[in-house]
Design a protein around this ligand. Structure first.
Ligand code: CAA
Length: 409
C-alpha cells in the first residue's frame, strides 16, 4: 500500500444560476462590489425538484460509474442543510445509487466543516482495512434571508470523494492542524431554513481558525510553509480566502502573491458558497485546471462557523493527469438555466424544507430528482438522465478495458 487519500472527486450543482450583475441592479449596488469586493460572479440555485440529496447523488453517481461499488462499506454524508432531523441524507443516496446493503451510512454536521471531518473518518476506516473504500459526499444549499448583506454569498453544490488506499489523485499526509473555538458567527436554529450570521465576526473567526490550525500543524511537525506548493480554502466568497491567506503569510513571514490562489477560485466564483462542499470544489478546480501539479503538495484549509478549522496537506500523485476529466464541471456550469431576480426570489421563498405533502414540478436535467413529499416523507427518483449517463459510463469503461487489453497484447 502506498498511502491513503483521494482516489476520485466529482462535482454537481443546481439547475439554475443567478448572475450577481442582475442582483446588483435589483439592489442598486455597484457590481464591482461583488466581482472585486467579495470575489463572486454568480451563484447556483436549485430547481424545485433538487436538494442536497439530488446533488449529492449526482456527484456520487459519477464516482460509482467510474469505479464501481467494490469495497465501499461506508457512506458519509456531510451537510449543513439537512433535509430531515433524523434520517441521514446518505440513506436516500444509497437507495438512488443502488449501493450494496452491507454499508454503514451516516450524516455529519458542523457548519461548513463536516466534509473534512468525513474525509478524516474515511482515512481512518481505510487505514484499518485498506481493502475498503469510503464514499464521502458533501452537499449544501447555502440560504440567507433576501435583502441582507449575506444574500450575494448564497449557492448550491455537492462533491463526492472516493477515499482509498493507493489513490489515483492525492495522498493525504498524516499530520493535520486542528482548531475549535466557541463563536457565534454563523448558526441556524432548528426552526429556520436560512442561516443567521454576523458577517464581520465570521471573517475574523475564520482568520483566527486558519492561524490556529497552522500553528497546530507546525507544532506537530507538519510541512514547512515553503514546501506547500498550492493552497485551497473553504470559500464562503473567494475574497475570504485572500484575506485569510494574506494574514497567514504575515504570520509566517512569507510573501503573498494573490494570483497563486486564483485557479482554486474558478468554480467557486460561479457556484457561490456550498458550505461543506466549498473547499473540495476549489480542490476539484485545481486538479482540473493546473497542468503542473504532479508531486506537488497542496494545503487545504477547512472552516465551519461556530467554529472548527482544520488544515490538511496532501501530495498529488505523479500520474494524476491520466484521471482528469477536464471540461466536465465547466460544461455543467455553462448548462445552468439563468434566472431573473424575481424568479430566483420566488424559488428562494418556496425553498424551505417542508413536511407538508407536495408534488414537485419536473424541472431538473440531473440524474435524480426530488419528486415530492407524501405522508410527510420525502421521495426521490431517477430521471432519464440517470440511465443515459450510466450507459455512457459503461461504454467508456468498456472502451478503456478494451484499450488496456489491446495495449497488453
Ligand atoms: N468596488 C470594489 N470593492 C467594493 C465596492 C466596489 N464598488 N464596494 C464595496 N467593496 C468592497 C469593500 O471594500 C469590502 O472589501 P474588504 O472586505 O476587503 O474591506 C467588500 O467589498 C465587502 O464590502 P462590505 O464589507 O461593505 O460588505 P457587506 O457589509 O455587504 O458584507 C459579507 C460582506 C460580510 C461577506 C457578507 O456578504 C456576509 O455576511 N456573508 C455571509 C457570511 C460569510 O460568508 N462569512 C464568511 C466566513 S464564515 C463561513 O465560512 C460561514 C460558512 O460558510 C458557513
Amino acid at each position: 500500500m502506498t498511502g491513503i487519500g483521494i482516489h476520485d472527486i466529482a462535482v454537481a450543482t443546481g439547475h439554475h444560476v443567478l448572475e450577481l450583475d442582475d442582483l446588483a441592479v435589483q439592489l442598486g449596488v455597484d457590481p464591482a462590489k461583488y466581482h472585486v469586493g467579495i470575489g463572486q460572479d454568480a451563484f447556483s440555485v436549485p430547481a424545485p425538484d433538487e436538494d442536497i440529496v439530488t446533488m449529492g447523488a449526482a456527484a456520487a453517481k459519477q464516482v460509482v460509474d467510474r469505479h464501481g461499488v467494490e469495497g465501499i462499506r461506508t457512506v458519509l454524508f456531510a451537510t449543513e442543510s439537512g433535509i430531515d432531523q433524523s434520517k441521514a441524507a446518505g440513506v436516500f443516496v444509497h437507495g438512488l445509487l443502488g449501493l450494496p446493503q452491507n454499508v454503514r451510512t451516516v450524516e455529519l454536521k458542523q457548519a461548513c466543516y463536516g466534509g473534512t471531518a468525513a474525509l478524516q473518518l474515511a482515512l481512518g476506516i481505510v487505514a484499518r482495512n485498506p481493502a475498503e473504500r469510503v464514499l464521502v459526499i458533501a452537499a449544501d444549499v447555502a440560504r440567507y434571508d433576501v435583502d441582507t448583506a449575506a444574500e450575494p454569498t448564497q449557492g448550491a453544490g455537492a462533491v463526492a470523494i472516493l477515499v482509498s488506499a493507493d489513490p489515483d489523485l492525492i495522498e493525504i499526509e498524516p499530520v493535520a492542524g486542528l482548531f475549535t473555538a466557541d463563536v457565534d458567527d454563523f448558526w441556524r436554529p432548528n426552526d429556520r431554513s436560512t442561516a443567521l450570521v454576523d458577517g464581520r465576526l465570521s471573517v475574523s473567526a475564520y482568520v483566527d481558525a486558519f492561524i490556529g490550525a497552522w500553528d497546530d500543524l507546525a507544532s506537530r511537525g507538519g510541512p514547512a510553509y515553503d514546501t506547500i506548493d498550492r493552497w485551497v480554502h473553504h470559500q464562503p466568497f473567494t475574497k475570504m480566502a485572500l484575506k485569510a491567506h494574506r494574514k497567514l503569510t504575515q504570520h509566517v513571514g512569507a510573501d503573498f502573491d494573490e494570483t497563486e490562489l486564483r485557479t482554486g477560485f474558478t468554480y467557486n466564483r460561479q457556484v457561490g458558497n456550498t458550505y461543506t462542499a466549498s473547499l473540495w470544489i476549489a480542490l476539484a478546480a485545481v486538479l482540473d485546471l493546473d497542468d503542473d501539479l504532479a508531486g506537488k503538495r497542496i494545503g487545504m484549509f477547512s472552516y465551519g462557523s461556530g467554529s472548527v478549522g482544520e488544515l490538511v496537506t496532501g501530495v498529488v500523485r505523479p500520474d494524476h493527469q491520466r484521471h482528469r476529466r477536464v471540461g466536465a464541471v465547466r460544461a455543467d456550469l455553462d448548462a445552468r438555466v439563468r434566472l431573473s431576480v424575481p424568479e430566483y426570489r420566488a424559488l428562494h421563498a418556496a425553498g424551505a424544507a417542508t413536511s407538508e405533502d407536495t408534488e414537485r414540478p419536473r424541472v431538473t436535467a440531473a440524474p435524480f430528482r426530488f419528486s415530492g413529499v407524501l405522508g410527510g416523507a420525502r421521495h426521490y427518483e431517477a430521471t432519464a438522465a440517470a440511465t443515459a449517463t450510466t450507459a455512457t459510463a459503461a461504454a467508456t469503461a468498456t472502451t478503456a478495458t478494451e484499450a488496456a487489453g489491446t495495449a497488453g497484447e
